[in-house]
Write a protein that binds this ligand. Structure first.
Ligand code: M6R
Length: 366
């Protein structure tokens, strides 16, 4: 039931604090990840992992891309992330000790399921499913599983499935990192961040009134560019996917450093640029990318971490401050305004938000 909400998508966006809390429930304590949350023998198998191949489609693929940044940084294991429709038809090299990870909300996406079946032939250490539907094919066929507990997602545009996938991948990251000797204080800090993910998402949802105002700026646009760096690059990709999926505005995401290698040619006063700018070592780099946009008259919408010092004199544009909740969980928290922006632009444009044209909730055909 939609209840007080206008669309399922909006309801599902606002369910995220609960959905993420449920996904973390009884799996992590302030001392760290609890034993064997991936199923019987899971921790033993994970201890042997030397690298990961993460396979998924659409939004679930974006969750995998965030996890690559996390796992490589904290567990120091190599991670490849690939869309299932490519992976299944090419001869991927599988080094010894590689774990195959499938991410899927539905667990029935044809390409993801076929990729998982194909992986059996390719000599993996084992398979792990991160999925929202316990009785789905992907879950049934995996060795290890970690269920997201988002509850049914009705809106075709995936929202709470994504943030719960990030919560689950956060647990996987912590387990792998701990087993590989991550510094105790850092492990405690990352654990605390993950435990705060629900409350930080809750706070981000309070931005809705500001985002409704901002969405006016996009309704008559044909195109939009999304920028991020590091683990926020996949968040920019997810923002662009949401916007194009439900508002039918053409949107593309770039790693901000790629701007001058091509897309800058598109930037003029008709091209809004949406940037995710959390705190951290890449902030200065991102600021100089944004300066390039500003110099060309492009309109900037910047979502900035509360502590980040941004130049407040954006001639055309807005800086919206929020609290990312720390370097680890910031990608999940910054996703929320991307979802709200896409949602409200689509509502203003009068599209069928929950059932966008040409799309199906579960892509069970190739
Ligand atoms: O059920 P899955 O997670 O396997 O679905 C994958 C994609 O089809 C899905 O994320 C799609 O991209 C969404 N409509 C995005 O909002």
């Amino acid at each position: 039931e939609r209840g007080e909400y206008r669309h399922y998508m909006q309801k599902e966006i606002f369910e995220q604090p609960r959905a993420v809390a449920d996904t973390l429930e009884a799996r992590i304590s302030p001392n760290g990840v609890l034993p064997n949350i991936f199923g019987v023998g899971g921790d033993e198998l994970l201890a042997k992992v030397k690298g990961l191949h993460i396979i998924a489609c659409g939004t679930s693929y974006h969750a995998g891309l965030v996890a690559k940044y996390w796992i490589e940084e904290y567990a120091r294991l190599p991670v490849n992330v690939e869309v299932a429709s490519e992976y299944r038809y090419r001869e991927a090299v599988v080094p010894d000790g590689t774990l195959f990870v499938a991410i899927s909300q539905s667990g029935e996406t044809a390409d993801t399921l076929a990729a998982m079946r194909e992986s059996r032939r390719r000599g993996y250490l084992g398979t792990l499913a991160i999925c929202n539907v316990p009785e789905s094919s992907v879950v049934r066929e995996a060795d290890l599983k970690l269920m997201t507990r988002a509850g049914p997602e009705i809106g075709v545009a995936s929202t709470k499935a994504f943030t719960t996938q990030l919560a689950a991948l956060g647990l996987l990251t912590l387990q792998l990192a701990h087993q590989r000797g991550l510094d105790g204080a850092r492990y405690a800090d990352l654990t605390a961040q993950l435990l705060h993910m629900p409350s930080m998402i809750e706070k981000a949802l309070e931005l809705e009134p500001r985002i409704i105002e901002l969405s006016e700026r996009l309704i008559h646009r044909q195109h939009a560019l999304f920028l991020g760096r590091g683990a926020q690059h996949p968040v920019a990709m997810e923002g662009a996917l949401k916007l194009k999926e439900i508002s039918y505005i053409h949107a593309e995401a770039y790693a901000a450093g790629e701007l001058k290698h091509g897309p800058l040619a598109l930037v003029d006063e008709d091209m809004p640029v949406i940037a995710v700018a959390p705190n951290g070592p890449l902030l200065d780099k991102l600021k100089s990318n944004l300066q390039e946009v500003r110099a060309r008259g492009g309109e900037l919408l910047v979502f900035a971490d509360g502590e980040a010092s941004m130049d407040g004199n954006a001639s055309r544009g807005v800086i919206l401050r929020m609290d990312g909740g720390g370097d680890f969980i910031a990608p999940a928290v910054f996703t929320v305004p991307m979802q709200l922006l896409a949602y409200h632009v689509a509502v203003l444009r009068g599209t069928d938000v929950d059932q966008p044209r040409n799309l199906a909730k579960s892509v069970t055909v190739e």
